[in-house]
Structure formats: structure tokens, C-alpha cells
Design a protein around this ligand. Structure first.
Ligand SMILES: [Ca+2]
Length: 310
């Protein structure tokens, strides 16, 4: 656990009681020398047992651009790809975290998307989060990087891996047809969108999903969210929960949450992921201890049950 706390501390996710900074906390390192960093990493990797601390110290304290320069220098010095070398030298959560740091945002997203559709079955949660929370500009970059990394078109892969209305919505989003935000607010259009959404959902029997998909995927961030309330007795999220189910419901909800407040959406996801992550770390660092604790808890439960039964 010490190593992970160290890592998170350096990424300045926790401030240990100090006042939260109002400026970016991950900034380029001063006196940066990619050659020196690359050499230190090379030595750390070659050290018997691997000097993990040095690798963490360097990679978590550099900006994305600086890490890219280090990777370039490393390849020149060690004649090896840095990500491949890290993969060989590290393991478990630390390996996953540091390899993630070596990717650009779009590369990371493209890899996550690829992984979510790999093999039999699909990781819908990841697919939904990736496609529904990224804006047009980000999706365009992800599509470009996806093509470059995997020699495949993202929309074809999504279409091959999903079905029904869920597939139609994801495809409509991946095709990035959303209106660009403009300075001129067209109140009539907003009003019409809000009314259409109401008529296609809450007002009628069943749901006209096609209309919901087209408005939610093509309109600029629906300012019609507020207007919607003047037609419908339910707000957008309540309406979605009433009208659709399953992956389609999750996708529409993610879209609305991101329209409302994308930072908050990611903060919530991070919070959930951290909970799962710490269980994984606990389990990874000491499996015996982890299962002993779970067994202990289960035993307490049974003892409690027995006492009551007797
Ligand atoms: Ca309905």
C-alpha cells in the first residue's frame, strides 16, 4: 500500500490538510533534461529488483509532453521502447498506472475502447463512458488515433460489437455530427428540441427513440434541458429512467450528466474507480490477508446469526 500512496501523493490528488491549490498542480518540471531522466530510468530498470521509486519519482513529476521527450531519449539510449521496458520491469497496479501515464489522452481512450470490445462480449460500461462523455473534438482525435494504432475504423468496430438502439446512439455520437457551440442562441430551436423530446417520450405511449437519439447526438450541448421542464412534469434524467432501460438508459443518463457538469461526472467516476482500485490493491498486495479479513467478516456474520438462532 505504501507504494500506491506514494504514487497518489505525488500526483497531488490528496493535499494532506493543506488548502486546496487554485492552480494546476501537474505542471512541467523545471530544469528538465530528458536525456538525464532517460538514463536514470534505464539504470533504475536494470537495477536488481528494479528501483521502482526512481521510476515513480521521475514519471509522475513530468508533464505529458515531457514524458514523451523522455520516451524518445530512452529509445535512443536503450534501443528499446520505454513502454515495453516498463511492462517488462513492473507488474500489477503500478505497471498499469505507469503505462497509462505514458499514453496521450487520445491513445489512452483508444486503447480503452479497443479493450472494451476485445474478444467475445463487450464491456458496455467502458464503451458508454468513453463515447458519451467525450466531446466532438475529442472523439475526432480518438478516431484518428484509433485508426493509427489498430488500422481499423472505430465506428465499424462499435457497430460490429453492439446492437439495436444502443448501437444507433453510439454510432450517431461517434459520427460527431453535433452542432458546434455558437455565440448566437437560437431560442426557437431550443424550444422546439425540448418540445420534441417531451412528445417523443413522456407524452406518448412507448418511446420514439429515434427522435431522442437524433436530438441528443446532434444538438449543441442541450441548453434545452431547462426548457424541457416547462413541457414535462419530469426532468430529463427522470424521463430517461421512465422511458428506456439498460445500456440505452445508461448512455442517455451519461450524456445528460456530462452536459450538466462534466467535471462532476468524472469526479464521481474517479471516486467509484478508487473504491474498486483499493480493493484490488489490497487483494494484490496480500491475498492471504485479504481473504482472511473477508472470512473473518463472514464468520462474524454467521456467529451473529447463530447467536440469534439460539
Ligand atoms: Ca412514453
Amino acid at each position: 500500500m505504501a507504494l500506491v500512496s506514494e504514487f497518489l501523493g505525488q500526483l497531488t490528488l490528496s493535499y494532506g490538510g493543506e488548502e486546496e491549490p487554485k492552480f494546476p498542480t501537474v505542471v512541467p518540471a523545471r530544469d528538465f533534461d530528458p536525456g538525464r531522466d532517460a538514463t536514470r530510468i534505464d539504470t533504475a530498470i536494470k537495477t536488481k529488483g528494479v528501483d521502482e521509486q526512481t521510476v515513480i519519482d521521475i514519471l509522475t513529476r513530468r508533464s505529458t509532453e515531457q514524458r514523451r521527450e523522455i520516451a524518445f531519449e530512452y529509445e535512443r539510449i536503450a534501443k528499446k521502447d520505454l513502454s515495453v521496458a516498463l511492462k517488462g520491469a513492473l507488474s500489477g497496479p503500478l505497471e498499469a498506472l505507469l503505462l497509462g501515464l505514458m499514453k496521450s489522452t487520445a491513445q489512452y481512450d483508444a486503447s480503452e475502447l479497443k479493450a472494451s470490445m476485445k474478444g467475445l462480449g463487450t464491456d458496455e460500461e467502458t464503451l458508454i463512458e468513453m463515447v458519451c462523455s467525450r466531446n466532438n473534438e475529442e472523439l475526432l482525435e480518438i478516431k484518428r488515433v484509433y485508426r493509427e494504432m489498430f488500422k481499423k475504423e472505430l465506428d465499424k468496430e462499435v457497430a460490429g460489437d453492439t446492437s439495436g438502439d444502443f448501437a444507433k446512439l453510439l454510432l450517431a455520437l461517434v459520427q460527431t455530427k453535433r452542432d458546434e457551440p455558437s455565440n448566437v442562441v437560437d431560442y426557437e430551436k431550443i424550444d422546439e428540441d425540448a418540445r420534441c423530446l417531451y412528445e417523443a417520450g413522456v407524452q406518448r405511449k412507448g418511446t420514439d427513440v429515434a427522435t431522442w437519439i437524433s436530438i441528443m447526438s446532434q444538438r449543441s450541448v442541450p441548453t434545452c434541458r431547462k426548457r424541457y421542464k416547462s413541457y414535462s412534469p419530469y426532468d430529463m434524467k427522470e424521463s430517461i429512467r421512465k422511458e428506456v432501460k439498460g445500456d440505452l438508459e445508461k448512455s442517455f443518463l451519461t450524456l445528460v450528466e456530462c452536459f450538466e457538469n462534466r467535471q462532476l461526472y468524472f469526479a464521481n467516476r474517479l471516486n467509484e474507480a478508487m473504491k474498486i482500485y483499493f480493493v484490488a490493491v489490497e487483494c494484490f498486495e496480500n491475498r492471504q490477508m485479504y481473504f482472511a479479513n473477508r472470512l473473518n467478516e463472514a464468520m462474524k456474520g454467521s456467529v451473529c446469526f447463530l447467536t440469534q438462532a439460539l
